[in-house]
Design a protein around this ligand. Sequence first.
Ligand SMILES: [Zn+2]
Length: 65
Amino acid sequence: MDAINNKTVNERTLRQMEFKFQKLNLALEKIDESEFGNCRRCGNAIQEGRLMLIPENTLCIHCAS
Ligand SMILES: [Zn+2]
């Protein structure tokens, strides 16, 4: 029973990791584009700390809030 529970937890974690990985890949694709690091709505630079925390972010802290 424990083994089944562990398997369920592992699969859920794996799916979450895959989802995160896809979003990171999207962010990586944008690095090649000139607008990476700039807010998609207002065009201002997104704070570096914010990008590090959420690399797939496309809005600055003002537009996201
Ligand atoms: Zn903005």
